[in-house]
Design a protein around this ligand. Structure first.
Ligand SMILES: CC(C)(COP(=O)(O)OP(=O)(O)OC[C@H]1O[C@@H](n2cnc3c(N)ncnc32)[C@H](O)[C@@H]1OP(=O)(O)O)[C@@H](O)C(=O)NCCC(=O)NCCS
Length: 302
């Protein structure tokens, strides 16, 4: 099938953000229903507070990377989008979706080409890929290597929670430490993205830090007690941060910790100790770089 004749790719504007969130929410929910596997958390539509966070992050990217954010229009309506960012010499695809019903007609290709152009001077590239074969084809043809990622799911056995020392809440004064851990693990700092990760009201995340002569690291932890971005100097620091995060999880609710790539076997050891189920879900797509470790990439800001 070919793209609608009226299709065009143009820069995203602030007044497109709400529509793009709706497209993203629908496209990913339909994908979840299509690809659901036994053991995965049940697919559910994006709740309103997460939709708001999505919009806040996208407005942040429109400010830092206006040249990385694009929409596809068909018949005068927004039909898809791609948002991307450049941090130091790293290009990252943050989010990418085409309205269900218009997929598979070439809109996604035009969007990805426009977003990749934003990273043309970059040495490295990374993105979190869904399980959509259409997306995987686009990434592989753009030169990305696909690494399957693990998902841990289940209830934490409270009896196995160890006593963790030397992990504290982070402060704005830790910014240089965070940036240097990012450079060491993934080759580029998050820089301005810490503003949106930690900003009160715009984020639901808690920052944990450990900084010892024997190892340092940090983790942004969600309200379920799961690290959704972690960088550490060694596996001991990564493990301590993750245990400290999980200790705050609800004992009666299952947790879901995803985006664990194969080089992060410290996390598999921890999942075994916590008696969590291990599943495969999604891919880490990398271009001209090795797998970051010890590292858990943020789903969109990586
Ligand atoms: C990923 C996505 C944005 C791509 O947009 P799109 O408009 O569908 O993309 P295109 O039509 O340009 O490209 C899709 C490619 O997959 C191919 N394709 C379609 N069905 C396929 C299948 N079942 N298996 C493999 N390839 C398939 C198409 O032929 C096309 O390749 P070609 O251009 O070389 O022929 C869109 O499909 C989408 O929104 N998916 C759900 C959300 C998602 O997964 N987003 C990516 C997040 S990482």
């Amino acid at each position: 099938m070919t793209a609608p004749e009226s299709a065009r790719i143009r820069p995203m504007r602030a007044d497109d953000v709400e529509t793009c969130e709706q497209i993203s929410s629908r496209a990913f929910h339909e994908l979840d229903l299509r690809t659901f596997q036994r053991g995965w958390p049940d697919p559910c539509p994006r709740p309103p507070h997460r939709a708001e966070l999505w919009q806040t992050r996208t407005r942040h990217l429109l400010t830092t990377d206006p040249g990385g954010c694009w929409v596809a229009e068909a018949d005068g309506e927004v039909a898809g989008f791609a948002t991307s960012l450049v941090r130091e010499l790293m290009w990252i695809l943050a989010s990418y979706a085409v309205r269900p019903g218009l997929q598979g007609r070439g809109l996604g290709r035009g969007l990805l080409d426009a977003a990749l152009h934003h990273g043309r001077g970059c040495l490295r590239g990374m993105l979190n890929a869904s399980d959509d074969p259409q997306a995987l084809r686009r990434y592989a043809l753009a030169g990305f290597r696909l690494q399957p990622q693990l998902l841990f799911h289940g209830r934490i056995d409270r009896a196995v929670l160890p006593v963790v020392r030397h992990v504290r809440d982070g402060t704005p004064g830790d910014r240089d430490l965070l940036d240097s851990l990012d450079r060491r693990t993934r080759g580029a700092a998050h820089g301005p993205d810490h503003d949106v990760l930690i900003q009160p009201g715009a984020s639901e995340l808690r920052l944990l830090v450990t900084d010892r002569p024997t190892g340092s690291g940090y983790a942004y932890v969600n309200t379920s007690g799961v690290p959704i971005l972690l960088a550490a100097g060694n596996r001991k620091a990564a493990t301590a941060l993750t245990w400290e995060a999980l200790a705050a999880s609800d004992p009666d609710a299952p947790i879901e910790m995803g985006h664990v790539s194969p080089a992060n076997d410290w996390a598999v050891d921890l999942a075994m100790a916590a008696r969590l189920g291990v599943y495969s879900r999604g891919f880490l797509a990398l271009r001209r770089m090795k797998e970051p470790a010890p590292y858990i990439p943020h789903p969109t800001l990586l």
